[in-house]
Design a protein around this ligand. Structure first.
Ligand code: IFM
Length: 480
């Protein structure tokens, strides 16, 4: 029995005193103001304006207008008692062509945002890249090309020079798996390309870009900096204990998780990944010295978790369920795993159709900590979409979201009790926002946004999370 299993389930669960209680967002999902102050299109502007790519043609043109309302949004966080906020910088707002001079107005926006956060006692946590590549860099070849990684290193230096005096917590990439494999493999994300080799090349250049960015941040930032990367690590479960299904799990672990963990944290690509994809590429785009560059010291590993991945192996010609929770489509985002089928775990689901399973988060944290001892973890995203409605009295009652977050925070607490060093939790998301290919149809916010008026209304789950953050103690939603 582990330490965590000996606690009574009804007791309040105290978290470490310096635990970060945050919320998270990303630039394209909330900012709007896409043509203001020198910003130029990113791949998501182009993609969302391409008919048929995003639900009902929704775009991030206005999003939730955070660019103009950031002071109100910081006040909302302060009112909720949060002590940390994770946001991303829009590359095309601060360096519109993806190279060369910075645009001061763009940088000034982030300076004002950070100053407002610091004044409110909220620690900023800055992500350099949350999927919105400047379109000009995509036109030059995008992430499948090495030059994009080099540009990303330069961009990291530019942002660090501008904000390094104010921001201590820096994350290079958010969920590079989505950038590479949904963006260039299945094509359900921008830029919408569908070639497995382009996706693998993109993965390597994202790893390389990460390494170059960490080097640049190390040079430009004071020693007190904390550097990380946010990975959507897949907690993979074989459908049955059969050797075939375990082999399917191994393949997905290789192309879902170890394609990042290997080069970033161990300085090498996993041999089994190279073998699984040998029919597609010889990986000659990885040059001598690259995996030394990708392998840079990090202060934290940031983990995004929503749901487990259940897989089985299918024989040639068999019907293959493709419900991996990433939008389906004709093209697979899993190169080298062509004979793997995806299954939805039974039981409760969120509005995304994703199963609710907090035990998988505990397993993911303990397994990751065992593999990388001494590297603290932070949950940089966790949360759930539900079909929230505004009641006749103007309030939004979302008990399912509070229950989801409670169960996952309980899993984090159990992991900490079991010896895992988890430093914080960032709820995805602060606000309802543009959920990529789903447009505004899926609401992940703790704060409801009326998309007609842009009015913000904290949901009941936000009030519950606020009590947890203020007291530093987890209690079930019904107890508060
Ligand atoms: O909205 C996204 C976010 O941008 C990245 N992680 C998953 C979230 C929910 O799909």
């Amino acid at each position: 029995m582990t330490a965590s299993e000996t606690r009574p389930l009804t007791a309040g669960r105290p978290f470490p005193a310096d635990f970060l209680w945050g919320s998270a967002t990303a630039a394209y999902q909330i900012e709007g103001a896409v043509r203001e102050d020198g910003r130029t299109p990113s791949i998501w502007d182009t993609f969302s304006h391409t008919p048929g790519k995003v639900f009902e043609g929704h775009t991030g043109d206005v999003a939730v207008d955070h660019y103009h309302r950031f002071r109100d949004d910081v006040r909302l966080m302060a009112d909720l008692g949060l002590n940390a906020y994770r946001f991303s910088v829009s590359w095309s707002r601060v360096q519109p062509t993806g190279r060369g001079q910075a645009v001061q107005k763009g940088l000034d926006f982030y300076r004002r945002l950070v100053d407002e956060l610091l004044a409110a006692g909220i620690e900023p946590s800055l992500t350099l890249y949350h999927w919105d590549l400047p379109q000009e860099l995509e036109d030059a070849g995008g992430w499948p090309e090495r030059a994009t990684a080099e540009r990303f290193g330069d961009y990291a230096a530019l942002v660090a020079e501008a904000l390094g005096d104010r921001v201590k917590r820096w994350t290079t990439l958010n969920e590079p798996w989505c950038s590479a494999f949904l963006g260039y493999g299945s094509g359900v994300h921008a830029p919408g390309r569908t070639h497995p080799v382009a996706a693998l090349r993109a993965a390597h250049h994202l790893n390389l870009g990460h390494g170059l960015a960490v080097q640049a941040l190390g040079t430009c930032l004071p020693a007190s900096r904390l550097l990380s990367v946010s990975l959507n690590l897949h907690e993979i479960r074989p459908l049955t204990p059969s050797p075939e299904d375990r082999e399917a799990a191994r393949r997905i672990d290789a192309v879902g998780n170890r394609v990042w963990l290997g080069p970033m944290l161990e300085g090498t690509y996993p041999g089994d990944l190279l073998a699984d994809t040998a029919h597609l590429t010889d990986w000659s785009f990885v040059r001598d010295g690259d995996t030394a560059t990708t392998h840079q010291p990090l202060d934290l590993l940031a983990v995004n978790y929503y749901a487990p991945t259940v897989v089985s192996r299918v024989g040639p010609g068999a019907r293959k369920p493709r419900d991996d929770g990433h939008g389906g489509g004709a093209h697979s985002p899993w190169p080298g795993a062509e004979d793997v089928a995806f299954h939805r775990a039974p039981g409760e689901r969120t509005a995304m159709g994703w199963p609710v399973d907090a035990t998988a988060l505990h397993d993911l944290l303990t397994r990751t900590a065992a593999r990388y001892p001494g590297l603290p973890l932070v949950i940089s995203e966790n949360g759930a979409a539900y079909d929230d409605e505004v009641g006749p009295d103007g309030t939004v009652h979302d008990p399912e979201r509070a229950a989801y977050v409670h169960a996952h925070l309980d899993a984090v607490h159990r992991a900490i009790a079991d010896g895992v060093d988890v430093r914080g939790y960032f709820l995805w998301s602060l606000l309802d926002n543009f959920e990529w290919a789903y447009g505004y149809a899926k609401r992940f916010g703790a704060v409801h946004v009326d998309y007609e008026t842009l009015k913000r209304t904290p949901k009941s789950s936000a009030r519950w999370y606020s009590r947890v953050a203020r007291t530093g103690e987890l209690r079930p939603p019904g107890d508060l």
